[in-house]
Design a protein around this ligand. Sequence first.
Ligand SMILES: [Zn+2]
Length: 345
Amino acid sequence: MKAVFITGHGGNEVVEIGERPMPERGPGQVLVRLKAATLNRVDLYMRDSGAGITHRLPQIMGLDGAGIVEEVDPSETRIKPGQRVVVHPGIACGRCEFCERGEGVLCTSMQYLGEHRDGTLAEYVSLPAQNVFPMPEMLSFAEAAALGVNHITAWRMLFTKAQIKPWETVLVFGIGGGVSLAALQLAKLAGCRVIVTSRNDAKLQRAMEMGSDHVINGATQDVAKEVMALTGGRGVDVVIENVGQAVWSSALKSLVRGGRIVTCGATSGDQPSADLRRIFIRQLQIFGSTLGDLDEFRNLLTLVRRTGLRPVISSSYPMDKVHAALDELERGEQFGKIAISINES
Ligand SMILES: [Zn+2]
């Protein structure tokens, strides 16, 4: 089958487009003929170094994906051949302490597609049936694929970790990236007032069009000062953040007393000043979050069906043009997801 895979670590020269063996469907697994995937920052990380993530080369890239079911166990009742499905990319062991207490997302031997095992930039992927969900009917394959990493990540940050309330104000850093846009969409659906930041006025304009209540240009404005002006000197209840070091200080300064900050990434660096005095005197709460579990994904899909929420697709490339797609992701100028179309003919 045709696939996009890494043969080493470095730049696009280690990203090959070619033939890989068809995955063998094991018992309890579903074989999915993929139609689309979207790129995530971690795809660049796996290409560049993959350090700290156990994997074997060559490895097929891609975490999220949507497609059509090709083959299931004869005993499978929930998922049927021919059905349009979206995948959850985290495969938990089901047996460790955390899996046993129902927190598969904390599994000690969690395997992510495209990180620890072959991923979704391929014509086929085989994965446990519990990781395969019927996709919301009104979405394109690319839009559905985008839910599998970004929206579920934002979901867990907002609803499970920060436990946002409709009367609260949420500050989302770095609008334009997939998780940030998902957080804007979900926080607005939850009834929150949302403030977003970006260093790019065009992205801020688009965020306004998507329902953001206020926007702040982080390149030309002091974010914490603007937040205080917008909140009557109070600060926001919740900060959603994946930029890291570059914004951490202004993120903490933007929070109300007792406020919550949730981080799921550190693209600008992971060693900011802790500002411990501010944290304990103002009794701030800091949450780390990664992806979300199967139950959160099921709830997200229900909300998408009920509300018609659509992930934002910035651009789409065929598999043959994956190098250009990775270049676009690396430039960071996109607004929304960069999709890869698969099995087009
Ligand atoms: Zn486990």
